[in-house]
Design a protein around this ligand. Structure first.
Ligand SMILES: C=CC1=C(C)c2cc3[nH]c(cc4nc(cc5[nH]c(cc1n2)c(C)c5CCC(=O)O)C(CCC(=O)O)=C4C)c(C)c3C=C
Ligand code: FE2
Ligand code: FE2
Length: 335
């Protein structure tokens, strides 16, 4: 009899894994009503047009990064480390929102096992309906194939047997919304920053950078901005007397987004005489176009041209042991 396991689904955005994947990845992104609200009847045709136009522009980002986003590999490494830490009572899979492995792929992999509970764990520490909310909605749509409310559903053939396994519909599903103020997560961020800092960091300015969002989403009640500000405050409690601020990057399209923008803030700081900058990405836990291209390449070069003496970009957490510990603790607490 196969052992029942708890399924852990790591949720992330996904990134193109080749240059040919850029346009379909962008099409999936712009087709998502949770991230961009184009009137529903025309959302897909408009998504097709924008994705064609934007793919031409973003191709150069991905060329500079070696032809693809490293996000998938790094997320799979996080999943593998978490699986090792959790052991055989758990099955960890990855569900990406806009490129492979999609939610369907994660679910079909998960239900190779006998699953007694599912925990959805976003790789977004701060909640936004455009990221975590969108991944939860996609999961809800796709899981219906596997779990039919109030009925028994034939799901899969158990690994190593020929017998179909019948899942009862009432598998509990736990959704972890956010962990922006989780003490282990804050500790991971603090340790990770200290590991990349020169010994005497007193005259360095810490510039936190988070993904921007259309302002309207915040005005409609999205907690992302408040949560991001709290994360920054909790980190800075560990660096008394270090000057710091928070800026937002990666605006797309014409509407008003959260400001100040990271590039404008870098310019302001350097002009005001802060020439030693430590740039800390706060809403990302793996590398991708917005850290490697936008931060390192675009803004790093800009800072040098403006006369920065030092531009240290703190790496994202990836498989930092304290971050994997954070994920493990979140899973165990919700098991
Ligand atoms: C269209 C609006 C967008 C919103 C709102 C948005 C929010 C948002 N995104 C991330 C994290 C990532 N986004 C990434 C790429 C990306 N995002 C958008 C658009 C919106 N994001 C686009 C069009 C793209 C593609 C790249 C580009 O054309 O500029 C990525 C990187 C993917 C990769 O390369 O691996 C991440 C990560 C967050 C955290 C967020 C809101 C809080
Ligand atoms: Fe994005
Ligand atoms: Fe973005």
């Amino acid at each position: 009899m196969a052992k029942e396991k708890i399924g852990v689904v790591l949720l992330n955005l996904g990134g193109p894994d080749s240059l040919d994947a850029i346009q379909p990845f962008l099409y999936n992104l712009f087709s998502d009503h949770d991230i961009i609200q184009i009137p529903k009847p025309i959302q897909k045709p408009v998504a097709f047009l924008i994705s064609r136009l934007r793919a031409k522009k973003t191709k150069k980002y991905y060329e500079i990064m070696g032809g693809k986003s490293p996000q998938k590999e790094q997320t799979l490494q996080q999943a593998q480390k978490l699986q090792e830490r959790l052991g055989e009572d758990y099955k960890v899979v990855v569900a990406m929102r806009y490129w492979h492995p999609f939610t369907e792929e994660a679910l079909s992999q998960l239900f190779q096992e006998k699953i007694k509970k599912i925990i959805l764990l976003p790789l977004y520490p701060q909640y936004s309906r455009t990221t975590t909310g969108s991944s939860f909605n996609e999961f809800d749509r796709k899981v219906k194939r596997y779990i039919k409310p109030g009925k028994f559903a034939v799901l899969s053939t158990l690994k190593g047997t020929k017998e179909p396994y019948y899942y009862f519909s009432s598998i509990p599903i736990v959704k972890i919304n956010c962990y922006f103020d989780n003490p282990l997560y804050i500790k991971a961020m603090v340790e990770n920053i200290k590991e990349s800092l020169p010994k005497d960091h007193k005259d360095y300015y810490f510039l936190f950078t988070a993904h921007s969002l259309p302002e309207k989403i915040i005005l409609d009640g999205d907690p992302y901005k408040k949560q991001t500000e709290t994360t920054v405050k909790l980190i800075m409690d560990h660096f008394p007397n270090v000057k710091h601020s928070l800026a937002y990057q990666s605006k797309v399209g014409p509407v008003k987004w959260l400001e100040p923008f990271t590039d404008q803030e870098i310019e302001r700081l350097i002009k005001e005489g802060y020439k030693k900058l430590v740039v800390i990405p706060v809403s990302f836990v793996s590398e991708h176009s917005e850290t490697l291209y936008e931060l390192d390449y675009q803004y790093g070069n800009m800072a040098k041209e403006l006369g920065a003496e030092s531009f240290i970009r703190i790496p994202t957490l990836k498989t930092h042991p304290m971050f994997i510990e954070t994920l493990k603790e979140l899973v165990i607490k919700n098991s």
